[in-house]
Design a protein around this ligand. Sequence first.
Ligand SMILES: *Cc1c(COP(=O)(O)O)cnc(C)c1O
Length: 404
Amino acid sequence: MIDINKVRADFPILKQTINGKPLVYLDNAATGQKPQVVIDSIVNYYSTLNANIHRGVHTLSQKATDAYELARFKIQKHFNAKQNYEIILTAGTTHSINIVATGFTTLLQKGDEIIVSAMEHHSNIVPWQMLCERTGAILKVIPMNLDGELIMTAYDNLLSNKTKLVFVNHVSNALGTINPIKEIIDKAHKIGAAVLIDGAQACPHIKPDVQALDVDFYVASAHKLCGPTGVGILYGKEEWLNKLPPYQGGGEMIKQVTFEKTTYADLPHKFEAGTPNIAGVIAFGTALDYLNNLGFNNIAAYEAELLDYATKKLLQIEGLKIYGTSKSKTAVISFNIGNIHPYDIGSIIDKLGIAVRTGHHCAQPIMDFYKIPGTVRASFSFYNTFEEVDLLYNALVKAKTMLS
Ligand SMILES: *Cc1c(COP(=O)(O)O)cnc(C)c1O
């Protein structure tokens, strides 16, 4: 069970007022807020531990290295990776995807096919388009239906012996749909294709088990998981990470450097050139501890109630249409009211202290599919309350009256 008052007390930012009203933060799909323990972890690192890692013989450097590697271990346990060196620490989901997309340049040939889904975030479309330009590979798209679900029979038809890679998000950031990734992975493996799952939007709500999924690559960002910005992970199966060339050259990623030839370091360091966000990685470990203490089953149960309540409440507003109506979804409600522009709604309810996202949510193809300029997106977290849903409802009613 989530003890909502206790949980809210952990998040200092939630205590403030915005435009004279209590902050109602419903933009969790863009980034999550940070509990005090995560903030303390960053302060503690810079106050007591700061040193560069993996290179110094001095005590402080060793302590910093131990703290950093302990965080990697916590991440390994969280995602249930087989080996700690299968967890590559990156700057975030976008960075992780680019490591894989760039690496595949040497592994693809002209005419090979890459399958993505119709509900991808831009960061999961553009790197593949660039990869296709470099290699002559062809991009295919799994279409979706009006509920915002992938059409799996169409996926079956796209798979062939030309398919080398499949890229799908675990949960859509614009619609909240939870995609059937296990089925997608198994079908791709049958024809010998590798699968990368973008877990950026799933991980705040679902604890993925990369071994049970048998996924080849899984990526996520710390900042949507109560952790800091600029930190993320690339999980890759050992065999795949060994096949991929390094992404960036620099310090820390080499075994030996001469002007004739450089040999690369072993995993995970091969992909971790330069000084990383040490404090951020350690704080990410703290964030995972915090979330696992709350328990992902508790988080999912609470958020499901919140989603159910909010969906029923908002549908009471005449002319309100929800985009993304799959039965299998996380606590995200993307909607429009009549022909009112989403930006106008967002601006008015901001005056009332309510933070939502408006626009295309980095997923323009979805908006084109529904033939709309964008949506208002309210995305919930385990620290949101039923009272906040009521405040959102009241604010929307007010905005609708003012704008129509
Ligand atoms: C947020 C998000 C991303 C991008 O994450 P960054 O942290 O900005 O790199 C990619 N995919 C999905 C589904 C997201 O929600």
